[in-house]
Design a binder for this molecule. Sequence first.
Ligand SMILES: C[S@@+](CC[C@H](N)C(=O)[O-])C[C@H]1O[C@@H](n2cnc3c(N)ncnc32)[C@H](O)[C@@H]1O
Length: 248
Amino acid sequence: MDKSLIARSFGGAIRTYDDHAVVQRVIAGEMVRLMKESGFPHNAAIYEVGAGTGLLTDLILKAFSPSRIVANDLCLEASKPLGAISGRIEFVHGDAETLPVPAGCTNVVSCSAIQWFSDAGKFFCTVSAGLPAGGLFAFSTFGPGNLREIRRIAGVGLDYKSLEAHVEMLEAAGFSVRHAGEKTDGIILPTARDLLRHIRGTGTGGVSSETWSVARTRRFCRDYETQFAADGGVALTYHSLYFVAEKK
Ligand SMILES: C[S@@+](CC[C@H](N)C(=O)[O-])C[C@H]1O[C@@H](n2cnc3c(N)ncnc32)[C@H](O)[C@@H]1O
């Protein structure tokens, strides 16, 4: 993964993210619902990985009144929206794959970020090493069906792992999995150009450094509108995975 490209892509989308991230907002809500259902503790010290503009951070502050919340992101620009949510959020800038769990944090959370990691299995070992026994690791990521229409037409996409592969990696890292589930959400955008704006607006364009020519963009839009026409526009699929795991 090209981390500087990912950071640039999300950095450029910080101001548009909240308007475009309709699915990510629903996912953060679902994650909090699952955390409540799984007995996620109140007043705990929480480390959030890939917090972005803080969709999940905000919900966690309201639902779990953490004693401390440390929010990490690869992208320095994230510090501004996070600071606007609450002065209590401690921002840690950098690649979460190379950072330890901050000392004193007893639970780790993340939404819609880990699919960008180069080695999720190794990252799960880092999280496991930094948590006390009984500490919870609650996260969402994306699965193989995510943005499948774009992969079909443009041949680009992340190397999404299945639910089962994530469970295996969690168990190998020393977690017992309390919850593993998946969900498919389809959204409709008016045109393929709106879809490209949606992808850029959520920062997801960082998957490729290639700049498309006018002709390639036109061909993409034409093919997309032919193959994935839906009532009211064109269809796009999000495939989300949810986990709550306990350090043994
Ligand atoms: C789709 S956004 C999700 C933001 C937020 N968690 C949410 O649910 O809306 C993905 C975030 O992960 C961050 N990210 C990607 N790779 C990262 C890494 N290796 N370390 C830390 N953050 C990373 C990006 O900068 C971006 O802000």
